[in-house]
Structures are given as structure tokens and as C-alpha cells.
Design a protein around this ligand. Structure first.
Ligand code: 13P
Length: 253
């Protein structure tokens, strides 16, 4: 059984004060939830978030990571630094990094490898644009993005990693993929992983992201291959996010 995970990607939002309030709201509501729950604040707040989350069970992840380990790379943050401040997870390949900041499949694979090498759990995001969906290339695009990492690290390199399917057209638009649309892509990803290694295919958790809210989470998480969510806007409201976490916990029972 894959344990459900709900992760909040806070993106470029918040302040020290608002983060603290949000984290306190989250940790207060976590007790007894069977799902894993994670928050991914901006870099500068990570150390404080780790301290605030201490002993609550809330996982703290970063939103991105350098592909390099150290050196003359102004502005970058390494995987070892993220580990050093207590992060356990890191998102790599988010579509905003891919489309706005030029992260190629190869760079995403390098970031994935850097995370693994430092002992972080990578959360690998994949997903097609609206034009790609309309052109009927969703499966091919997602398969290419997954293959870039599989080729770089091998099937065993995916062991313990998390995938997230986030159709670009559903991110921040209020337009979510239908449960059936999402399930079809998740199934395809799982089949691709299983073809490389049966156990990795069965065990890897695949999250859905893109306009998930309290009101639509349960129907998405009811699908066989949707193991939780990667949440943007709705993760900035503790009550809304906890409602999503409860929907994921319901999947377990
Ligand atoms: P929204 O939930 O705001 O659509 O964002 C999804 C996302 O990009 C999470 O990484």
C-alpha cells in the first residue's frame, strides 16, 4: 500500500509572520492523520520552518535545488545545504522552473541526481502544456520527461522518489484535470516505471497537482494511481489544505 502524501508548494508567497501562522495552523491539525504532509516554503524560510515543524510530523521540503554540489554558482542552493538545515524533500522540474527559468529535461535529471546524492527525496514534476494536450502528445511529453530521469539515474535511482503529474494548463487556473484524465496519465507513468522495474512501478507514489482544492480532492484521490497531491494556491490556507489532507487520508482507510 502506498501511503498518501499531500505536499504544499508555497511558491513565491508569504512572510516570516504569515509562514509561522500557517505552519502553526498545519501542525495543530495534523494529529491522527494517516497521510504524510509536507510544506515547501521559499528557501530563506526553510530553517525556521524546520524548527517550527519539529516533532509535529510535518515534513519540510524545498522548491528547487542546484544541480551543482558547490562552487562559483551565485544565487544557487545545494542539496547538501538543504539537508543541513533539516529538509528531507525537494521539488525538481516544476513546470514554472521549466518554462520560466529554462530547466531542461537534462538539468532536471541533474537536479534529481544531486538531491539523491545528498540524501534528499526528490519530488519530480512532469506535465504537458495545453498546446501539447490539444495536439494529443500528453503521453509522449510526460514519458519523455520521466525517461530523462530514468536514463540518468536508472530504475533503482527512482527508489523512494516521488513523482508529481501537474498538467501545466491546470496549474493556478482553477481548471483541474478530471479524475479520469489524471488517472490515465498516472497509469501511463506507472506502466513506464514498471517496465523499467516492477517494484519501482508498484511502490512509487505519484501525486496529482493543478487546482486541487478541498472540494475536488476526494474524487481525485479516489483514483487507483493517484497517491496524493501537490498543492499550490490551496496550500496557503491551513484549513483548506487540511481538508485536502483529510481527503487523502480517506484514501487509506
Ligand atoms: P495550484 O494548486 O495553485 O494550481 O498549483 C499547483 C502547483 O503548481 C503545485 O506545485
Amino acid at each position: 500500500m502506498r501511503r498518501p502524501l499531500v505536499a504544499g508548494n508555497w511558491k513565491l508567497n508569504g512572510s516570516r509572520a504569515s509562514n509561522r501562522a500557517l505552519l502553526e495552523g498545519l501542525t495543530a491539525g495534523l494529529a491522527g492523520l494517516s497521510t504524510e504532509v509536507m510544506a515547501c516554503p521559499p528557501y530563506v524560510y526553510l530553517a525556521e520552518a524546520v524548527a517550527t515543524a519539529e516533532d509535529s510530523g510535518l515534513l519540510i521540503g524545498a522548491q528547487d535545488v542546484a544541480e551543482q554540489a558547490s562552487g562559483a554558482y551565485t544565487g544557487e542552493v545545494s542539496a547538501a545545504m538543504l539537508r543541513d538545515v533539516g529538509c528531507t524533500h525537494v521539488i525538481v522540474g516544476h513546470s514554472e522552473r521549466r518554462t520560466l527559468f529554462g530547466d531542461t529535461d537534462e538539468r532536471v535529471a541533474a537536479k534529481f541526481s544531486a538531491a539523491k546524492a545528498a540524501g534528499l527525496v526528490p519530488v519530480l514534476c512532469v506535465g504537458e502544456s495545453l498546446a501539447e494536450r490539444e495536439a494529443g502528445t500528453t503521453e509522449a511529453v510526460v514519458a519523455r520527461q520521466v525517461a530523462a530521469v530514468l536514463d540518468a539515474v536508472g530504475p533503482q535511482g527512482l527508489d523512494g522518489a516521488i513523482l508529481a503529474y501537474e498538467p501545466v494548463w491546470a496549474i493556478g487556473t482553477g481548471r483541474t484535470a478530471s479524475p479520469e484524465q489524471a488517472q490515465a496519465v498516472h497509469r501511463g507513468i506507472r506502466d513506464q516505471l514498471a517496465a523499467a522495474d516492477a517494484r519501482i512501478g508498484t511502490e512509487t507514489r505519484i501525486l496529482y497537482g493543478g487546482s486541487v482544492k478541498g472540494a475536488n480532492a476526494a474524487e481525485l484521490f479516489a483514483m487507483q494511481d493517484i497517491d496524493g497531491g501537490l498543492i499550490g494556491g490551496a496550500s496557503l490556507d491551513a484549513q483548506e489544505f487540511l481538508t485536502i489532507c483529510q481527503a487523502a487520508a480517506g484514501r487509506d482507510s
